[in-house]
Design a protein around this ligand. Sequence first.
Ligand code: FES
Length: 131
Amino acid sequence: MNGIEQMYQENILDHYKNPRNKGIIKNPSVHHHENNPLCGDELDLYLVIDNHKVIDVKINGHGCAISQASASMLSEQIKGKALEDLKKLAKENILEMLGIPLSPVRLKCALLSLDTLKNSILIYEKYVNKK
Ligand code: FES
């Protein structure tokens, strides 16, 4: 592992041990739960949305370091962002955020947070804030 990868690895562990935006929101605009059926790791995402922007976010979950660190890092990135921009987030953005090479199995771990976010927005737009 080179120095940069080690730095990313340490950052992942820091987010895993001290997840940012951890908790629940009592009356969110949308709350969605996803799990990774391969291992049972879970993630709950709570969003408060106003005027098509995320104004508050909380995450709650348990599982491997990659899935939970990825959720923590993503939570820091989505506050204040427009739903339209969040819908454009892709696998590459998550990989860039984590900064280390991942095996296909680990990729599933990394993408749990993105899947949860995308489905939360889908549910919000389809059922909560119908256009
Ligand atoms: Fe389950 Fe990583 S081992 S999400």
